[in-house]
Write a protein that binds this ligand. Structure first.
Ligand SMILES: [Zn+2]
Ligand SMILES: [Zn+2]
Length: 141
């Protein structure tokens, strides 16, 4: 798997319950699949540390810089990802894949969210992309 932001190799790192997330070797961005988002919803406070190490180990300064790269393709399935903002955290933009529903976090974003937001936020993701409804209301207006 190649990092959609900096094109370096992504390596699977153990997260929780035998699941892993993919982390970029260079910028330490994280790709979290839909399955793992489910775990994140349930065991929010255990994230992003696993039993043995901190999954979100990247430099937040690097993450912030890369946060400005908005147009990326999903490292999991290649679909164009949709930038989404986080409720109450307007400075954080994430990218979600409309096809496989994986989410890309820049380095530090997962940690940042963990201290600011609760599981409600993860639950929002699992409802899936809201774009279709948005488009409908826009074309009807
Ligand atoms: Zn990267
Ligand atoms: Zn995808």
């Amino acid at each position: 798997m190649k990092c959609p932001k900096c094109d370096a190799q992504m390596t699977g790192v153990a997260a929780l319950n035998g699941k892993s997330v993919d982390r970029c070797d260079r910028c330490h961005g994280l790709f979290v699949s839909r399955d793992v988002l489910h775990l994140l919803e349930r065991d929010w406070f255990l994230w992003p540390e696993s039993e043995t190490h901190n999954v979100d180990s990247g430099d937040p300064a690097v993450g912030e810089r890369l946060d400005e790269i908005g147009k990326i393709d999903c490292p999991g399935c290649g679909a164009a990802m949709t930038p989404i903002s986080v409720p109450d955290q307007p400075h954080i933009w994430l990218e979600q894949c409309p096809a496989c529903e994986g989410v890309f976090f820049d380095a530090g974003e997962l940690t940042d969210l963990r201290y600011h937001t609760m599981a409600d936020w993860a639950r929002d993701f699992l409802k899936g992309p809201r774009e279709e409804a948005d488009i409908k209301s826009r074309t009807q207006a």
